[in-house]
Design a protein around this ligand. Sequence first.
Ligand SMILES: O=C(CO)[C@H](O)[C@H](O)COP(=O)(O)O
Length: 224
Amino acid sequence: MVSPMIAPSILSADFARLAAEAEAVSGADWLHVDVMDAHFVPNLTLGLPVVKSLLKATNIPLDCHLMIEDPARWAPPYAEAGAYNVTFHAEATDDPSAVARDIRAAGAKAGLSVKPGTPIEPYLEILRDFDTLLVMSVEPGFGGQSFMSEVLSKAKAVRALVDSGDLRLVVEIDGGINSDTIEQAAEAGIDCFVAGSAVYDTADPAAAVRDLRARAAHASHHLS
Ligand SMILES: O=C(CO)[C@H](O)[C@H](O)COP(=O)(O)O
């Protein structure tokens, strides 16, 4: 396993101060950017122009999570712009591998995300086309929801494949991650933890990142 990575979600940040909010978590591994189109999910956030501005404002690799319809059309431009990781939803396309190919060809890592109710089994064969699997542990659309521990069985199944050497990818989780829930996610074999409210709804976001990473490392340590 890689050492635990923390990706603060700017969904919980102040959108009028994004450069400062990124700077506040400069010790984070990735900055998680939730792109929502008000169609795939019932919320609207930001798009490519804001991502391009963020790329100029921070050196933290951008982990763009596209909760949008038609990722075949909209995902590659995020890679071309310079996002580190471009993740889209399995439920939003009939051909996830083709979208992953285009993202990689445009220079980014490709991520596949699954909603809580989406089984992982139909996608196990194509995971080798991806660099990241993002397991949603809340219904996508809003921050501040409660962690759904039942999704951890998906993470465990994929972790087993990675540990057996059959697959090489980062297993990421998003939704309801905080100091109470991160340890059970780490024990399930998660590599990268997205946290929005647990980082930005605190007085000291940098300390929150350090605390979450330490808790995940402590729990992962018991696995090895
Ligand atoms: O993708 C998301 C919601 O769809 C967010 O990244 C996620 O909800 C983070 O917020 P929190 O950590 O507060 O649950």
